[in-house]
Design a protein around this ligand. Sequence first.
Ligand SMILES: Cc1ncc(COP(=O)(O)O)c(C=O)c1O
Length: 240
Amino acid sequence: MTERIFNFSAGPAVLPLPVLEEAQRDLVELPGVGMSIMEISHRSKTFDEIIGQAESGLRELLNLPDNYHVLFLQGGASLQFSMIPMNFLPKESSADYIVTGSWGKKAVKEAKKTGAVNIAATMADGNFTRVPSQDELKLDPHAAYVHLTSNETIEGVEWKQEPEVGDVPLVSDASSDILSRPLPVEKYALIYAGAQKNMGPSGVTLVIVRDDLLARIPEGLHTMLDYRTHVEAKSLYNTP
Ligand SMILES: Cc1ncc(COP(=O)(O)O)c(C=O)c1O
């Protein structure tokens, strides 16, 4: 094999060689199963064990309290830009967005298609070089939620600690810093991240959602866009 190249750019990232080798082996045959990971049913006991291990490993690493659900979804972090407002931004309410870079702007663009958005702060003026201080935030105490991007991948702007948002649910796009440091999960109502930068290969999106939030979801959403579908089906409503 040619020498392995370390790709530090902000996209799909390097996976450890032993992980790739195990995946390569399992692509041909899962040990003792007689079939590859690509061929077995997602309703099989083997698959159940694999997804169960992924969830328990994450729960341990993040020290996740029991009142948080772990979902493995598709559509990338980008689909979460839409699912979050569809599920949690009622027509009569508005959501606070703190914009510290390009991904936050994209999240705002999608949220506006569902409902009202209050830009609680945008650091665009300073060309996105820092997060706002607490007293720069124009938070609405009645907001449906506050959305931030924990690390703006393109501009390199990272929150070192969470802003104070009172009882308003805090939502974080943690795509490019999840698992890079200890996270006080209990400060968040929902955390989402595409897997490809910090956790694994592309194609899967992690959503961690606090249980009490599910009661806010309106009836009538398309089944695949409703978080309750994926909580109830343990991320196996459709073929992953
Ligand atoms: C912070 C952040 N949010 C969202 C995205 C979009 O993620 P995806 O490609 O999984 O939709 C990215 C990167 O691609 C990102 O860095």
